[in-house]
Design a protein around this ligand. Structure first.
Ligand SMILES: Nc1ncnc2c1ncn2[C@@H]1O[C@H](COP(=O)(O)OP(=O)(O)OP(=O)(O)O)[C@@H](O)[C@H]1O
Ligand SMILES: [Mg+2]
Length: 370
């Protein structure tokens, strides 16, 4: 069995220890301090939340994923579904049905997952003022046990047409719930920042920031080598460092590349750095169609900027050096191309420069001689 896990929450033995972050998160929870966790995609925010709560004795987690949430109705339904799953007591469920009676709810068992599910008369859409009632139900859960409510991909609330209203209502209920700690996680840096640091936002200064970056190589390298060794594959620390670098230091991508290197080698093998290319080729074969589809949407200048960023590590994106690499004459053209690439989420801003959201896409562009 391939021991590398990617694209999903990792726990227990698949979770490389991050003691400092776990401790910080546990301390915040104990102090009742709300937190916003911010980091790039696939750095381990969701796994960290689950792992920290597991370590907190007597705490329960109410996990609400807001990925691609589009309407108030959708937001409310996701909150209710999490609440229903978190509390099976009949008396509580009765209360829940009463509170939401105007929506004509009915409780059932999901035949596939076996989890309780609640459905509503589809003609009765939920409105902004439903939010308060739903959060009061969460507070009810918090009165029986120590509760952490985690809103994941929180920035997607901004997709909602009435997002300011939704944020204001969420905030006004949350601020009075002193018995619940709230974690807000998200990966679109500017949007998350806007929600928590813009004085105009209802959530301004309402939560402490916890940055989730890449995993320290001192723990990640031995962790990954041990996984290779479990299938009698020997990999030097240098090779693992090279894998981490190739995967842009993003834990999820590192594990994906390791998984492919595992699949392209056999037990008893000493895996050298040259084998990295085989792992990458496996990823390219799988992703080729998606890469090509992305390229179809780009103009020549956008492509040149993208390739420029893939080829350079530390050049500032708008510097004269970068202009030279791309062969584009004017800063304003580079600026426009970069703006579009950010909008398409193909690249993101990182300190003084921009990075490709998917480091393997960059390797593929270079490998194909773009
Ligand atoms: N502590 C860890 N140890 C080992 N691998 C990890 C760890 N944290 C994250 N990963 C890797 O990253 C992947 C994504 O983890 P997770 O879903 O927790 O990240 P995320 O930041 O929430 O991602 P997204 O931005 O997509 O929501 C995991 O499947 C795993 O491959
Ligand atoms: Mg996540």
């Amino acid at each position: 069995m391939n021991p590398f896990s990617y694209g999903q929450v990792v726990s227990d033995r698949d979770f490389c220890p991050r003691p400092l972050l776990i401790k910080q998160l546990m301390n915040y929870a104990d102090a009742g301090q709300n937190v916003f966790l911010q980091g790039e995609r696939r750095t381990g925010k969701t796994s960290l939340i689950h792992e920290a709560v597991k370590k907190l004795p007597g705490y329960k987690l109410l996990y609400i994923d807001l990925l691609e949430v589009k309407t108030i109705d959708d937001l409310c339904r996701r909150m209710i579904t999490s609440i229903v799953r978190a509390e099976h007591r009949v008396s509580f469920q009765r209360k829940l049905l009463n509170t939401l009676s105007q929506l004509r709810p009915s409780l059932s068992m999901d035949p596939i997952t076996g989890f309780p599910a609640v459905s509503f008369d589809s003609r009765m859409g939920m409105r902004p003022d439903s939010i308060e009632g739903i959060l009061n139900l969460a507070a009810e859960l918090g009165s029986k046990t120590k509760l952490i409510v985690a809103f994941d991909e929180f920035q997607d609330v901004l997709n909602i047409h009435e997002s300011s209203k939704a944020l204001a209502l969420l905030r006004s209920s949350i601020q009075f719930q002193s018995n619940i700690t709230y974690f807000f996680a998200g990966s679109v840096r500017n949007q998350m920042n806007g929600i928590f640091t813009d004085p105009e936002s209802p959530f301004f200064k309402s939560a402490a920031l916890l940055e989730v970056g890449s995993i320290d190589n001192k723990t990640f390298v031995p962790f990954l080598r041990k996984k290779f060794a479990s299938g009698r594959r020997t990999v030097s620390a240098e090779t693992v460092n090279a894998i981490i670098k190739k995967a842009g230091n993003i834990p999820g991508d590192v594990q994906e590349l390791c998984a492919c290197m595992w699949d392209s080698t056999s037990a008893g093998e000493l895996i050298s750095e040259e084998r990295l290319a085989n792992g990458l080729k496996m990823i390219f074969a799988r992703e080729k169609k998606a890469y090509e589809a992305t390229l179809m949407h780009l103009t020549g200048q956008q492509l040149r900027c993208l390739v420029g960023l893939a080829r350079t590590d530390s050049i500032k994106a708008l510097s004269s050096e970068f202009l030279e690499v791309t062969g584009i004459g004017t800063t304003s053209s580079v600026q426009a191309a970069i703006k579009r690439l950010v909008k398409l989420k193909i690249i993101y801003r990182y300190k003084d420069t921009y990075k490709l959201s998917n480091p393997f896409f960059g390797s593929w562009l270079i490998w194909n001689g773009y």
